[in-house]
Design a protein around this ligand. Structure first.
Ligand SMILES: O=C(O)CCC(=O)C(=O)O
Length: 290
């Protein structure tokens, strides 16, 4: 598998803009593997027998025009784990975050069909308050060639410096995807926020900072827009001692704020450490049932 590395210029752009576009992150083989795994996962066929932590779209439950989303599908599929828990993605996120290492907080699988609805503009770190260090560095990877009119992800340049807002009212299929973004821009004294669409070939993408405003609009094309995201946090992170996530705090053990690597694996650390189970887990039968 190819090994991706961020350059010094990309690190500088990430800090000044709150994101950086990268033309190639994963190989064509990994793109093909993930597309195949998307079909299975969104049909609720889980290779490991374990459902993702969040199944935010189901075929018989949700409108077909909504953007489909699964979170932590690495627990359901070893092929997904093999790509998205890659040490090169961890190293890039740790380098950008300024951390000694990176743990996965969540992966996100996103599938916006033709005509698919927007995802509201938000700040990721507002959703990470259940941790002691609520900062993320995330890697967003396109699995289809993206276009501005195809509902690709858009980042608002410099918005990581606007301060911290809370969670938005409606993440999935909002009628006004920029409602909270507009309020945050007003509060920051920004007249015309600059929305930058990420236009890349499949396998390319972007890295963004946890407080950078981003979201995506309607898919006006006839092609699907699939993508996968690794939301990483510092390898040193712990649970918050008071704030709770209804989903992710279920992995907190009583009497400790330590995070268990089985649920939040360390995917890269500067001393060479990586959670030990990952190698066997992610290479064993990556495309077949367990
Ligand atoms: O892909 C999108 O439309 C939004 C992705 C997103 O919210 C994220 O990567 O945090």
């Amino acid at each position: 598998m190819r090994e991706f590395k961020v350059t010094e210029a990309q690190v500088a752009d990430f800090h000044s803009d709150g994101f950086v576009q990268v033309d190639r992150i994963i190989s064509d083989e990994s793109v093909a593997l993930l597309r195949e795994r998307f079909d299975k996962l969104f049909a609720e066929e889980y290779q490991t027998g374990i459902a993702p932590d969040e199944v935010n779209w189901q075929v018989d439950r949700d409108p077909p025009e909504n953007t489909r989303q699964l979170c932590n599908a690495w627990k359901s599929d070893r092929g997904v784990a093999r790509v998205i828990l890659g040490s090169d993605i961890g190293r890039a996120c740790a380098t950008l975050g300024g951390w000694p290492g990176a743990r996965i907080s969540q992966d996100n699988l996103l599938w916006k069909p033709p005509g698919g609805k927007p995802l509201g503009f938000h700040q990721d770190s507002a959703y990470e308050q259940w941790t002691a260090i609520p900062d993320w560095a995330s890697c967003w990877i396109a699995l289809d060639d993206t276009t501005a009119e195809g509902g690709t992800v858009e980042y608002v340049r410099g918005s990581h410096r606007w301060g911290q807002s809370g969670k938005i009212d409606q993440f999935h299929a909002p009628t006004n995807p920029i409602k909270e973004l507009s309020a945050a821009a007003d509060a920051a004294g920004i007249e015309s926020p600059e929305r930058v669409p990420i236009v890349v070939k499949a396998g390319g993408g972007a890295f963004h900072q946890g407080w950078t405003w981003h979201g995506s609009d309607i898919n006006h094309t006839q092609r699907p827009r699939r993508s996968i995201v690794a939301h990483c946090m510092s390898s040193e992170n712990k649970f918050h001692s008071e704030f709770v996530s209804s989903i992710y705090s279920r992995y907190k053990k009583f009497g400790t704020v330590e995070m268990d690597e089985s649920f939040f694996p360390i995917i890269w650390r500067i001393d060479g450490y990586r959670s030990e189970f990952l190698e066997e887990y992610s290479t064993n039968n990556p495309t077949q049932g367990t």
